[in-house]
Every structure is written in structure tokens, then in C-alpha cells.
Design a protein. Structure first.
Length: 110
């Protein structure tokens, strides 16, 4: 997570608090297998991060609310991929290179 500059917000804010994302009563197993990952420089905007019961019998729901300023410039609210970029050989090769790099970076909890 350090490579991508991420933090697990639940553990950062409440390191001793024990709520589990996964719980199997039949197997008598509990785990904090889930993560609420946030880029380090965005943690200041996380207002609340909670774990709630869900409709899945063994997994919990994760809730996170952000407090973002209304001063942040915003666009029309719609993003559409410019598919003409797929005709650009340089662009396609660059995306393939980036994809290969990210495939090599292990995603493991720290």
C-alpha cells in the first residue's frame, strides 16, 4: 500500500477498534479481510468510515462519507471515454505499458 501511497482509513483512525468485515459463526472465524483504502493526501476529507451489517450472511457493508469543499471546480458531471484514442498507436502502447507495470506491483496488506 505504501507504493501506491494508500492508507487503510479504518485502522489509521481506530487502530484498537475491532470490527470485522468477515464473520463465520459456523467456522468460528472473524477477519478484517476488507479494506477502506484512501490516498494519503485525501484522508483529511474522510468524514466517517463505518462497518455495518449487510444482506450477505458472512460479510459486512463498508460505508465512507467524504467532506468535500463546494469550492472544488467541477465539470458537467459526466465523463465519457474518447474512443478515438484507441486509434492512436502511441496511446494504446502507453496504456499497455502502464498496465504491465501495475500487474507487477503486489497488492498485499502492510
Amino acid at each position: 500500500m505504501d507504493i501506491r501511497d494508500l492508507v487503510e482509513i479504518q485502522r489509521q483512525r481506530q487502530p484498537k477498534f475491532r470490527k470485522y468485515f468477515y464473520e463465520s459463526k459456523a467456522l468460528k472465524v472473524k477477519s478484517r479481510i476488507g479494506f477502506v483504502l484512501v490516498v494519503k493526501n485525501m484522508t483529511q476529507f474522510v468524514k466517517k468510515s463505518e462497518i455495518y451489517p449487510s444482506i450477505a450472511p458472512d460479510h459486512k457493508a463498508i460505508y465512507m462519507s467524504l467532506s468535500l469543499s463546494n469550492e472544488t471546480p467541477r465539470g458537467r458531471g459526466l465523463w465519457k471515454f474518447n474512443d478515438s484514442l484507441l486509434n492512436n498507436e502511441y496511446y494504446v502502447n502507453k496504456i499497455r505499458e502502464i498496465h504491465e507495470i501495475f500487474k507487477l506491483v503486489p497488492i498485499t496488506p502492510s
